[in-house]
Write a protein that binds this ligand. Sequence first.
Ligand code: OMP
Length: 213
Amino acid sequence: MQAYQREFIQFALERGVLRFGEFTLKSGRVSPYFFNAGLFDSGLALAKLGRFYAQALMDSGLSYDVVFGPAYKGIPLAATTAVALAEHHQRDMPWCFNRKEAKDHGEGGTLVGAPLAGNVVIVDDVITAGTAIREVMQIIQAQGAQAAGVLIALDRQERGTGALSAIQEVERDFNMPVISIVSLQQVLEYLAESAELKQYLPAVERYREDYGI
Ligand code: OMP
C-alpha cells in the first residue's frame, strides 16, 4: 500500500465516509462496510479528496482529453479532481458533467461544461456490481466519444455476473482501465494493522469470501 492510500483510508474513516456495520447495497448484497462519498461534506474535505483522485490519476499514466462527472454524485468529484489537476499537477484539463433531465431553454441539452469529446476519463465514487458505470458508458457512447478510463475512490473488488470482478468485466467490455484510489485489499490491510478496527476484519473477510473475487 502506498503512503497516500493509507492516508486516504484514514481520511475516509475520520470523515465517517468509510463505516462498518450492516448496510444493504444497491445490488441487494448486505455488506459489513460502506463508503459514503457524500460525507466529504466540507470545502476542505472536498479539496483534499480531489488531491487523492488527481494523484491516483497521475500515477496511472492514463492519457485523456476531458474529465467527466456523471450526475449527480460524480459532478463534485470531477470538479474537485479537475481543480487538483490544475493546482497540483500543472494540468489544466477541460471538464464537464451531465444533467439527469434535458433543459430546453438557456444553454439547453443535458451536458454542461467542456465538450464531451475525444478520450474521456469518468470520475465516480464506488463500483460494486458495475450497474451505475454501465449507464454512464451509454452517455459517452451516445456522444460519439471514447471512454479512456474510469477513476473511482474505492474498488470493492466484488464479483460481477461471472467469475470476474465487476471491474474486470467493465474493463473487458469497454476496453479501458478502471483506476481506484484504494481497493478492498488495502482496506483489509489497514484493518489488520489497526488495533482499534481489527474487530471488523472477520466480517469483512467473510463478505469477501461470499461476494469477492
Ligand atoms: P454498482 O452500480 O452496483 O456498481 O454500485 C455502485 C453505486 O453504489 C455507487 O455509485 C454508490 O451509489 C453505491 N454504493 C456506495 O456509494 N458505497 C458503497 O460502499 C457501496 C455502494 C453500493 O450500493 O454498492
